[in-house]
Write a protein that binds this ligand. Structure first.
Ligand code: WT7
Length: 657
């Protein structure tokens, strides 16, 4: 994967022309002093007090970082605070009682606003109910809810009483839920009867029931009635109705429990290098400080804003940037249930228009879909309230980046391409929108106080223009503290590969490959396991994809390796075009673009046109599955796909060739 053979060296870096942040943005930005980089560097780790100072502490911390027991770092270890009090209570005291905390847009056009006061009442009542059900401090509460207001209410109620939450994405299967509850030894579950998927009532409770059948422990379950008469349900033993509980505890208050900064705030399961999901442990002080600070410095959130991260709270993006970061800052956070194209492709832009959204944060996969649908949808809505755009989750190549900038931002909003992971807790690499030039296709430099380095196999930093492993050389507040499954796995997953414990030199390995340029801007090339070796030369499938998606008429592409007797691996490309066509001109343009960007070595042996690419429910292209299809292998479980039917279509297409 590393650029050992020199391929790609001296080749054009796949970034578009740099753009400066608009002066009108810089004038009002939370952070606009370029001196912040030096200030943080010279004053590390105390610089992170700037993040911690955004929070209210019950007991102030004296130590910023404790690193004697690396890689088990501790941040602000002697401080105490409560995350729910930081996200809700303190805003009541500062006169924001009637300010909207959450604006919820339901799938069927329902709209509900929770003021900070409403949220306070809800989480107090539900915290009281959870206690009555037997939830004690440090008990893990699993939450298996779709994008309804009860999801953040349940999370914040747990935080209030010091019970770590373990949110499982509602679209995951019963088996996935059971695995996560079992691994987390969780005896409490908050779920719902069902929810609407496109137009239809979908039974969530039966999935939860099936999960519980597989568990050995007894579980107490709270059920939110989302569907009413559309899906009647009966509660069994150890099952409680959310709304009845709220009524039972109406008007009750529960004092927020002061937690040690290093106490666990939540667990989040994510996929690892083995089949077993990893239970990423996040803490109360460091995580919240990092989420709040990056919401302030990168997303430029201000209390008077209406801010919208169109992700799902079931993943880390929603935890950090729908709930904890924005609410810690006292802003209005929009939460929507559904998909960008239901009931129509105007949905998102209607929400921006109606709520006068200031900041919009989404994923490249969504941006590529908008591009494919065409500009007429955003064009017919008033989007001038927008001030800043963000993207997260995958590399974004210059073409969709520019499309986002032009058609959604009207050329007036900076775009922040934020690289981070479940494990980093919050944004790690990005431009500061009020300070830095943007380079479409490159996420940006390490944030102030972060120390991201691109290194080769031996741990040496690569030269500008070269690629290597994306690692982090110093700890940071939002970092994963350990894996719930054990410290040993924590070390092997992230630290063993590049650290030198004897010299107390610790390197966190992200699992990603990246290239760094002369300005320190990082272009993330993708997971290391997405890298293929063709004739002994290492190629990034992401980079080939970027070349393909740069071609006019192409909507999306996925590149995988296909075993070959002659080359070891061949490049195999799946492409969907804007018009859904297979066109010789497009085919030729793709080959040209790849040869220009990387070289003939990256030329695909096969380009297969398909109407869509198979994707997970969180929108990630399932490259591994496509790799299996290309290699004619047995397919594993496709139930985690949003569009499983497309796999059969692709297989049929290949069969006909
Ligand atoms: C992986 C982490 C962070 C929240 C969403 C995903 C990829 C993430 C970017 C970006 C290129 C990105 C990386 C990373 N990734 N953001 N801006 N540019 N790649 O969290 O599920 O933990 O996935 O997503 O490969 O390792 P996650």
């Amino acid at each position: 994967m590393v650029d050992r053979n020199g391929w790609g060296r001296d080749r054009p870096v796949l970034t578009g022309s740099p753009r400066s942040p608009p002066a009108s943005f810089v004038e009002q930005a939370n952070v606009s002093d370029p001196g912040i980089y030096d200030e943080f560097e010279e004053n590390w780790p105390e610089c992170w007090e700037r993040a911690a100072d955004l929070l209210s502490w019950d007991q102030s911390y004296e130590t910023v970082l404790r690193d004697e027991n690396a890689p088990f770092y501790q941040w602000f270890p002697d401080g105490k605070l409560n995350a729910a009090a930081n996200c809700v209570d303190r805003h009541l005291e500062s006169g924001r009682k009637t300010h909207a905390a959450i604006r919820w847009e339901g799938k069927h056009g329902e709209r509900v606003t929770y003021t900070y006061r409403d949220l306070y009442v809800a989480i107090n009542e539900f915290a009281a109910a959870l206690r009555e059900l037997g939830v004690e401090e440090d008990d893990v509460v699993t939450i298996y809810l779709p994008m309804i207001p009860e999801l953040p209410i349940a999370m914040l109620s747990c935080a209030r009483i010091g019970a770590p939450h373990n949110v499982v994405f509602a679209g995951l299967s019963a088996d996935a839920l059971a695995t996560r509850m079992d691994a987390a030894d969780s005896e409490f579950l908050v779920t719902c009867d069902g929810y609407y998927r496109r137009g239809d009532a979908f039974n969530q409770k039966s999935k939860a029931d099936n999960a519980l059948l597989k568990l050995e422990q007894d579980v107490r379950t709270v059920v939110v009635d989302r569907l009413g008469d559309d899906l009647p349900h009966v509660l069994g033993d150890d099952e409680y109705d959310y709304h009845e509980l709220r009524e039972l505890f109406a008007g009750e208050t529960v004092d927020p429990v002061p937690r040690d900064a290093e106490d666990m705030l939540f667990l989040m399961y994510t996929s690892g290098t083995t089949g077993e999901p990893k239970g990423v442990v996040h803490t109360t002080g460091g995580y919240l400080a990092h989420a709040a600070w990056t919401s302030h410095a990168v997303l430029d959130v201000k209390p008077e804003d209406t801010y919208w991260c169109a992700a799902d709270i079931g993943w880390i993006t929603g935890h950090s940037y729908i709930i904890y970061g924005p609410l810690a800052l006292g802003t209005t956070t929009v939460m929507y249930e559904g998909t960008p194209d239901y009931p129509d492709r105007d949905r998102l832009w209607e929400i921006v228009d109606r709520n006068a959204v200031d900041i919009f944060y989404t994923a490249p996969t969504a941006i590529r879909a908008f591009m494919k649908w065409g500009p007429e949808y955003p064009d017919r809505h008033e989007l001038s309230s927008l001030r800043l755009l963000g993207t997260v989750g995958e590399p974004i190549s210059p073409r969709p980046w520019n499309w986002y900038y032009d058609h959604i931002g009207n050329g007036e909003c900076p775009v922040v391409d934020t690289w981070w992971q479940t494990e980093t807790g919050a944004v790690t690499v990005s431009t500061l929108p009020g300070v830095d030039e943007m380079k479409p296709g490159a996420a940006g430099p390490s944030l102030p106080g972060m120390d991201v380095r691109v290194i080769d196999e031996d741990g040496t930093e690569v030269d500008p223009g070269d690629s290597g492993y994306l690692t982090i050389a110093r700890p940071w507040p939002g970092m994963v503290r350990t894996l719930y499954d054990g410290d040993e796995r924590f070390r092997t997953e992230y630290w063993d590969r590049f650290s030198d414990p004897e010299n107390d030199d610790w390197r966190y390995f992200s699992g990603d490959a990246a290239r760094i340029d002369e300005d320190g801007y990082i272009t993330v090339l993708g997971r290391v396991d997405d890298v293929i070796n063709v004739s002994g030369r290492r190629l990034s499938t992401m980079e080939i994809e970027s070349a393909i998606t740069g071609v006019e008429g192409v909507a999306e592409a996925a590149v995988v390796g296909r075993s070959s007797e002659t080359t070891g691996t061949d490049v195999y490309a799946y492409v969907s075009t804007e018009g859904g066509y297979d066109d010789t001109d497009v085919r030729e343009a793709i080959v040209d673009s790849i040869e220009t960007a990387i070289g003939p070595i990256a030329r695909p042996t096969e380009i297969l046109f398909t109407p869509e690419l198979p994707k997970t429910r969180s929108g990630k292209i399932m490259r591994r599955l496509l790799e299996d299809v290309a290699n004619g292998e047995e397919l594993g479980d496709t139930s985690a796909l949003r569009n499983p039917e497309i796999v059969g279509e692709i297989q049929a297409e290949i069969g006909e060739e």
